[in-house]
Design a protein around this ligand. Structure first.
Ligand SMILES: [Mg+2]
Length: 212
């Protein structure tokens, strides 16, 4: 294996952390205040677009003519440093893993940099790919994965993807990547390994190597 591709939010820090709900709240505010969507439809539409398009931003671009750059700047304006703390144990664990490590997030580069810096794990990663990598086409669509493989010059079988959302691992598996779910597995055949937190990744990778 050459490359470990990490998701960012709820993968490199625990989902129990309150950062992601802050972003959801910013998305709701954006939909209500900037787009003018009535209050009672905000949650309904956010979930509907998220299910249909992978991220709510794409639904807002298609149906409400939203500028993706304005959206990204607005929704990621949250107090990352107030919520996340440096994680020296995680930094050491990730640094010791073989191969290069990159991030592929459906969020923005600026947000990813803030999160990695707050956790003090930014030096672990060679490259950050954000939702712009395939012209705002998000995971689980194949285009961002294919772009990452093309830009890194590797084939899928040389990569392992680490994610908290199982559906995003389905595409990874279709591209012949190894897959590690951070969270609860539900018998999905495209999930190779499941771990409750990313700090346990070394064990999962060892099991994956044995199965290869
Ligand atoms: Mg995530």
């Amino acid at each position: 294996m050459n490359v470990i591709i990490f998701d960012l939010d709820n993968t490199l820090y625990p989902a129990s952390n309150s950062l992601f709900p802050l972003i959801h709240e910013r998305i709701n505010c954006f939909m209500r205040d900037r787009v003018g969507i009535p209050d009672h439809l905000v949650n309904v539409l956010r979930r509907k677009y998220w299910q249909e398009y992978g991220i709510s931003m794409v639904g807002l671009m298609r149906h409400h003519d939203v500028d993706p750059e304005e959206f990204l700047e607005y929704v990621h304006d949250v107090d990352v440093e107030g919520v996340l703390r440096p994680d020296p144990g995680l930094a050491a664990t990730l640094r010791a893993l073989p191969g290069i490590k990159v991030v592929l997030t459906n969020g923005s580069l600026g947000h990813a940099r803030r999160v990695l810096s707050a956790l003090d794990i930014d030096s672990v990663f060679t490259k950050i790919f954000d939702v712009r990598v395939a012209a705002y086409r998000p995971k689980p669509h194949p285009e961002p994965y294919q772009e990452v493989l093309r830009l890194l010059g590797v084939c899928g079988s040389r990569c392992v993807m680490v994610e908290d959302m199982a559906v995003n691992l389905k595409t990874a598996k279709e591209l012949r990547m190894g897959t590690v779910l951070v969270g609860q597995a539900n018998g999905q055949p495209y999930v190779d390994e499941c771990i409750p937190e990313v700090a346990l990744l070394p064990e999962a990778l060892r099991r994956l190597a044995v199965d290869e």
